[in-house]
Design a protein around this ligand. Structure first.
Ligand code: AMP
Ligand code: MG
Length: 278
């Protein structure tokens, strides 16, 4: 399909500069996504094509077991971490994709270092792991709500960069997507959660407390975008006010990452002519 935006176009719009010397401003990143896809129809057509391609690439990844992909999804409540996962992998075999949602740490998890539960969920070779929230909560909610001493939080940016480099050097690619929505759009979605019976279960009164802390969360995101967008694992800021454009942009980035991995079916290890099936 010719109307799909190129990878370069999408990267130029979403990637946080790995060499940013000064602080990143989220205001420089659009929340709407209409620069990438003019219409929702274009976005949906592109998503359809990429979701099918992701399935094929994942099949070869699973067969060849040469490497793994970790997709990190971050975003404030209602940004669409669940929806993006559902749409991008809607044609992918559930055998090869593991989704992990990270909530408040358990007692056991808190008794370990914060990367312990994260590392344990990292994908095996041949698999894709999707993190719905991640180690980045340890420099987001933990920072904003003062859940750990600031000195410890401060050390985490470099620790995270080293951890991700470790994963990459050991065969796991890391794709990091921040789903970027406006405060107005979040307001709409929270209202919807209260109004639509099938969405009520998703509403948590603490979401409103986090909404009051909006500027602090924006600050915390800007800091991690500056400090943890690395050459080996850059951050992408995905415009997320429009669900269809958000999913289509995420799918383009996931497909590209898989194509760069270039997964291959393994040699079967036997000569075809040896076998005749009657
Ligand atoms: P949800 O994603 O809506 O199911 O909510 C999960 C909740 O767990 C969110 O409020 C997160 O901020 C919280 N959470 C995730 N990771 C951590 C963490 N490391 N420390 C404290 N809270 C966390
Ligand atoms: Mg929630």
């Amino acid at each position: 399909m010719s109307s799909q935006p190129s990878y370069d176009e999408i990267r130029a719009l979403t990637m946080a500069d790995p060499k940013a010397k000064k602080s990143v401003s989220l205001k420089d990143y659009p929340t709407r996504g209409d620069k990438v896809f003019e219409s929702k129809k274009d976005a949906m057509a592109s998503l359809e094509e990429d979701a099918l391609a992701i399935n094929e690439l994942q099949d070869a990844l699973f067969a060849g077991k040469a490497g793994a992909l970790l997709v990190v999804l971050q975003g404030i409540d209602t940004a669409g971490k669940d929806g993006t996962t559902k749409e991008c992998f809607k044609y992918t075999s559930p055998l090869g994709v593991h989704v992990h949602a990270f909530g408040r740490p358990t007692e056991i998890e808190l008794a370990h270092d914060y990367l312990w539960r994260i590392h344990a969920a990292a994908p095996r070779k041949g698999y894709i792991a999707v993190f719905n929230r991640s180690h980045y909560e340890d420099v987001l909610v933990v920072k904003v709500r003062n859940l750990a001493p600031s000195k410890l939080v401060e050390q985490r940016y470099e620790q995270i960069n080293r951890f991700e480099k470790h994963l990459i050097e050991n065969g796991t690619r890391v794709l990091k997507l921040m789903l970027h929505i406006s405060k107005e759009e979040q307001g709409q979605r929270l209202k919807e959660r209260l109004e639509v019976p099938s969405k009520r279960w998703k509403f948590n009164p603490s979401d409103l407390e986090d909404r009051k802390l909006w500027p602090d969360y924006q600050d915390a995101y800007e800091t991690l975008l500056q400090r943890c967008s690395t050459a080996w694992a850059p951050w992408h800021v995905v415009p997320a006010d429009s669900r269809s454009r958000r999913d289509a942009i995420a799918a383009r980035l996931i497909r590209q990452e898989l194509e760069m991995m270039d997964p291959k079916y393994p040699d079967p290890g036997y000569r075809l002519e040896q076998y005749k099936i009657d």
